[in-house]
Design a protein around this ligand. Structure first.
Ligand code: SPV
Ligand code: MN
Length: 626
């Protein structure tokens, strides 16, 4: 090791930590840590490996330093983020733009030199009085073509603990690969905290992504979406790497859906935050591989996918025994769980929609709370935040798929795209083919905004592939990469558009569990086991098939009237949507692939022809079987 780094590092770490670091034999790593140490000035540095002792020590540290507090049930803790740190913060999340690089005008960016100077200013001395933790993780399964090694530096034991639960351990892999490797680097500092250990300098919150160094700098925040480097911050870097190497990094779950005679078909699915992604991946009776992030590669002519993570950082609101029985069970029995921003009363966690009466007082993300407590705008503070979360390990789930950690991934049979759409798309439909699906379902996705991101809720926003906030390359390239992905596939996955949020006269047309039926129908369609009806927007299920599935899966009758109401093609709304999406691709995106305009034009043409023949709202019963 370069003596310059060695001196800095040895001055702040014990022999055990230094030995762990030296064993990795990486100048790049030593330089990264030494620079961070000089900048942040921690009192001490602790280097952790993959051992159970180190992992347990981190968890204990989070409790000892007050970032987490034990709850009544064994293994459960609660963590609070400050009132203004309850979601990802896109306004202060920026790419450090090197000179001469153009990421397109939709991405939030700042000149690299200016941004680095600003954010490094906020890191200066930020770890005084604290210990810097040095952690190693792996994105995707270890020892796999999908693996990406990562180093995380943080002064938050909560962040490090969360990463232990959410990612595969990466120290041994680092050692095996040698430190010259192409690893991602993350530096996080909590910044000044109040007596509840929440970051207070919210005006100095910054999350800056350095695409030159594959590094992310995050400061004055604790919310995991802003601080856990391996989650959405690594996704941005992975999208760039995937672009260079010819694979896909996606904001998608991976799950298995059971078909007839013991068959199982794997799906990925992209849904914006808080739009049913986790609950789809957790459909009772099916198997989960992951709920948030997937890498996809072409291997031997097959689309294969892995879960990037090994745990779930899920939204807790509305998790209850009826709607999400598997998760509910994990949250109610002894075992390692971090509850984030819930209501705590007598050392038990409570959240909205849990199916129980909530206490009228306790502690929440605003401190002491009681019914009727008002915020600065005189609005009533809810007992638990809408974006309150739980963190669990996949290993604790009873529905975990047996192939979840396979280094070769699983073969993907189908892809779902779904948003929060109250008035346009049918609950489920299949695309006519890869290109039609990528363009009119993935790249045309819109969703009404939710509490997972700071900002107004319920505003319809364009969110292609549910990944808009994370696409770190020009959008046209991202879409082209998705279009091109099928080129080397023997049989591309079937693509489906889903919509769980369709309304009529202000009320939802579907029950929360109906997605189980749609999943079964999609599974049958992947294998061509059921026929479909050709609509201008895609292939629709037949009533008879859904009726059978509703009976089989939910023991419910599914009337023809319900079917017609849900699957009526709403032509004016669909045409409006095409106009909105086309406008974005024409005016806001540079060099949009022609395939996007072609697919939109063809869909418009089909919709207009049907409108002329049958009017604005066309029942699926008036359409032809394909
Ligand atoms: C999401 O909001 O999409 C999440 C949680 O998965 S996080 O990105 O970590 O905020
Ligand atoms: Mn997500």
């Amino acid at each position: 090791m370069n003596p310059k780094y060695e001196n800095v590092l040895k001055s702040k770490m014990d022999a055990d930590s230094f030995a762990k670091l030296a064993a990795l034999d990486s100048e790049k790593l030593a330089a990264f840590i030494a620079d961070a140490v000089e900048l942040c000035d921690p009192d001490a540095i602790r280097v952790c490996d993959d051992s159970a002792e180190d992992i347990a020590a981190i968890r204990q540290l989070a409790i000892d330093n007050g970032e987490e507090r034990p709850l009544k049930t064994d293994g459960h803790t609660v963590h609070f983020d400050g009132p203004e740190d309850q979601g990802r913060d896109p306004h202060v999340t920026r790419y450090l733009l090197p000179e001469g690089v153009d990421l397109g005008k939709r991405l939030n960016s700042i000149g690299r030199d200016e941004g680095l100077a600003e954010v490094r200013g906020f890191f200066k001395g930020a770890m005084k009085g604290r210990t810097m933790l040095v952690r190693f993780f792996c994105l995707g399964p270890v020892n796999s073509p999908f693996s990406i090694s990562c180093a995380q530096l943080t002064d938050s034991a909560y962040v490090a603990h969360s990463e232990d639960m959410l990612y595969r351990p990466g120290y041994e892999q680092f050692k095996r690969l040698g430190g010259s490797g192409d690893f991602f680097r993350f530096l996080h500092a909590t910044g000044r905290v109040d007596e509840r250990m929440t970051s207070v300098d919210v005006d100095k919150k910054r999350i800056y992504i350095d695409i030159v160094e594959d590094m992310v700098l995050s400061v004055n925040t604790q919310y995991a979406g802003n601080t856990v480097g391996l989650k959405k911050l690594a996704l941005r870097l992975a999208i760039r790497r995937a672009d260079r190497e010819g694979w896909l990094a996606e904001h998608m779950f991976v799950m298995g859906v059971k078909g007839p005679k013991g068959r199982k078909t794997y799906f990925t699915g992209a849904f914006p935050s808080a739009c049913g992604k986790t609950s789809t991946a957790m459909i009772p009776g099916e198997t989960i591989i992951g709920d948030d992030l997937a890498y996809l590669r072409v291997m031997d002519g097959q689309a294969r996918g892995v879960n990037v993570e090994s745990g779930i950082f899920g939204i807790i609101q509305d998790v209850n025994a009826d709607d999400d029985p598997v998760i509910y069970d994990v949250l109610n029995k002894p075992g390692e769980v971090i509850f984030g921003n819930v209501l705590v009363h007598e050392d038990n966690p409570y959240w909205l929609g849990m199916g129980r009466h909530l206490p009228t007082e306790g502690e929440n993300f605003t401190g002491r709370w009681h019914t009727g407590k008002l915020d600065e705008k005189n609005e009533e503070i809810p007992p638990s935040h809408k974006n309150a979360r739980y963190t669990v390990r996949l290993n604790d789930l009873t529905n975990l798929d047996e192939n979840w950690d396979d280094p070769q991934g699983v073969a993907i049979g189908g892809i779902m795209y779904g948003g929060r759409d109250s008035d346009t798309s049918v609950p489920v439909q299949q695309s006519f083919g890869w290109e039609h699906g990528i363009v009119t379902m993935g790249a045309s996705l819109e969703s009404e905004t939710t509490a997972a991101t700071i900002g107004a809720e319920g505003v319809r926003k364009f969110d292609l592939m549910s990944i808009m906030q994370f696409v770190a390359i020009p959008l046209n390239k991202y879409i082209q990469n998705n279009l091109d992905f099928a080129k080397d596939l023997k049989a591309p996955p079937a693509i489906f558009g889903t919509n769980y949020f369709l309304k009529k006269d202000g009320k939802y047309l579907n029950g929360k569990l109906d997605k189980s039926v749609w999943a079964k129908w999609m599974e049958l369609r992947v294998h061509g086991d059921v026929e479909a009806i050709e609509a201008p927007t895609g292939l629709l299920p037949e009533h008879e098939d859904l009726k059978k599935l509703f009976q089989q899966v939910l023991k419910k009758d599914y009337s023809e009237a319900d079917y017609v109401e849900q699957f009526t093609i709403r032509i004016p709304e669909n045409l409006d949507k095409l106009d909105r999406v086309e406008r974005i691709y024409r005016d806001d995106v540079e060099d949009t692939p022609q395939a996007v305009f072609d697919a939109i034009a063809a869909q418009r043409d089909r919709l207009q022809k049907l409108q002329q023949a049958k009017g604005d709202y066309v029942s699926p019963l008036d359409l032809q079987q394909s």
